[in-house]
Design a protein around this ligand. Structure first.
Ligand code: EPU
Length: 422
């Protein structure tokens, strides 16, 4: 299994291009199931999760062509299998995103129930309840969600929790439902807006995406369109933290500053100089050690749970004591034990980690448990004294495009160790 070998100590300095957003492209690819006609999705990141989604759609009969300039062309005219098998769903929970589109367009869907995962129990009850309220007949048996509906009916849905993929699933389902659907307490994440923009380009009638009340007027059919996926805000934040943790200077390009406000706010609090332009952000530590920051995760526009592990690593080498509180997932501190093995002083109590910055971390073999935990271990490895070997990096390949190439271009000493060879 591949590993990443990092020799810490290099101060990052340079520019890096941000890829298309993982959490936007996955629902958008699922939305191609709604299109009556060919569709072209651009700025697609080359990620393992994207390959999984393509495999999922391919097995259903969607024809997929990887075109020029990071584009994927899709056509649903030969769809014949309305099923997402456990074998794929267990490797990627976002597979649940095909449930709404399949049901809305083809009147039937069979999607394996995703199990627990490394960051919490992560149920999908709100996806199922919402579709039921829209008139779907759904049974959960043999580990599968089996859903049927002649045509979904618009209704008023109030989500107990502002779930991101739940909102996306229901939004997609509502586009082809009869009448008006109102989704209250909808997730406001930029990826929901990106999906809504794509659906609108396909002919959907949607108001309020990006607010907590989304109104969808169902239409009879959606056509294909060309759509460019938004930049990845978590990749953006991760490279900025890489600059901060190494006391360096990093300019991220082809991104958007307006979707990372809460992250920039924390980086400035960590004593970074941050400048923003139309499609770039530049962070400069001027060779200074970062200051520890306090952060509490919450749904957008608050500080994202997907940046929590990276800021834990930043605090681990910062000046002072920082407190990180996780409120979105119940078990997202798996990286802490690994950071402690590198010499970090972290005390976890309930959902709060109190981190006392140390002068130096020391390199160690560490194991990644989920995508963002892996990112935090890599960040820690960039500043640790000596070598850090990050194992189980298939997690990182799920969500960060060419991470070792991008970090190398910024001056990091990092390389992939294929199989057991060093
Ligand atoms: N929840 C329920 N019932 C549901 C759905 C969610 O109780 O039916 C709860 C969850 O257990 C959790 C909270 O609601 O406590 C929020 O979870 P949400 O459903 O919003 O998460 P998600 O849609 O499964 C997406 C991202 C995650 C990101 C979260 C939170 C995608 C594909 N995944 O997950 O991304 O952490 O939103 O922002 O969009 C990642 O990229 O590393 C990642 C995990």
């Amino acid at each position: 299994m591949d590993k990443l070998l990092i020799r810490g100590g290099a101060r990052l300095d340079g520019e890096v291009r941000i890829s298309g957003s993982k959490n936007a492209v996955l629902p958008i690819l699922a939305a191609t199931l709604l299109a009556d006609g060919p569709m072209c999705v651009g700025n697609v990141p080359h990620l393992h999760d994207v390959t999984t989604m393509m495999e999922l759609l391919g097995r259903m009969g969607v024809s997929l062509t990887v075109g020029e300039r990071l584009a994927i062309e899709t056509d649903t005219k030969d769809v014949h299998c309305l099923r997402a098998a456990y074998e794929l769903v267990k490797t990627m929970r976002a597979s649940i995103l095909v449930l709404g589109p399949l049901l809305a367009r083809f009147g039937e869907a069979e999607v394996a129930l995703p199990g627990g995962c490394a960051i919490g129990s992560r149920p999908v009850n709100l996806h199922v309840d919402g579709l039921r309220a829209m008139g779907a007949h759904i049974v959960v048996e043999n580990g599968y969600i089996r859903a049927k509906a002649r045509r979904l009916r618009g209704t008023r849905l109030v989500l107990d929790v502002a779930t991101v993929t739940g909102t996306e699933n229901l939004l997609m389902a509502a586009t082809l439902a009869e009448g008006r659907t109102i989704i209250e307490n909808a997730a406001r994440e930029p990826e929901v807006i990106d999906l809504a923009n794509c659906l609108q380009a396909m002919g959907a009638r949607i108001e309020g995406a990006g607010t907590d009340e989304i109104v969808v007027h169902g239409v009879e059919r959606l056509q294909g369109c060309e759509y460019e996926v938004m930049p990845d805000r978590i990749e953006t934040g991760t490279y900025l933290v890489a600059g901060a943790i190494t006391k360096g200077r990093v300019k991220v390009k082809r991104t958007r500053a307006d979707i990372v406000d809460s992250i920039l706010h924390k980086l400035r609090a960590a004593n970074a100089e941050v400048k923003v332009g139309e499609d770039w952000i530049e962070l400069d530590m001027h060779g200074e050690r970062p200051r520890a920051v306090d952060a509490q995760t919450a749904p957008y526009p608050a500080f994202p749970t997907d940046m929590q592990a990276q800021f834990t690593a930043l605090n681990a080498v910062a000046e002072g004591v920082g407190t990180i509180t996780e409120t979105v997932f119940e078990n997202r501190f798996m990286h802490v034990q690994e950071l402690q093995r590198m010499g970090a002083e972290i005390h976890v109590s309930g959902n709060t980690a109190v981190i006392k910055g140390v002068e130096h971390l020391t390199g160690a073999p560490v194991m990644a448990t989920d995508l963002r935990a892996s990112a935090s271990l890599i960040l820690a490895g960039l500043v640790a004294k000596g070598e850090t070997l990050v194992e189980k990096i298939y997690h990182i390949d799920r969500g960060y495009e060419c991470i070792e190439e991008k970090l190398s271009l910024l001056g990091a000493r990092i390389r992939r160790v294929v199989g057991g060879k060093r």
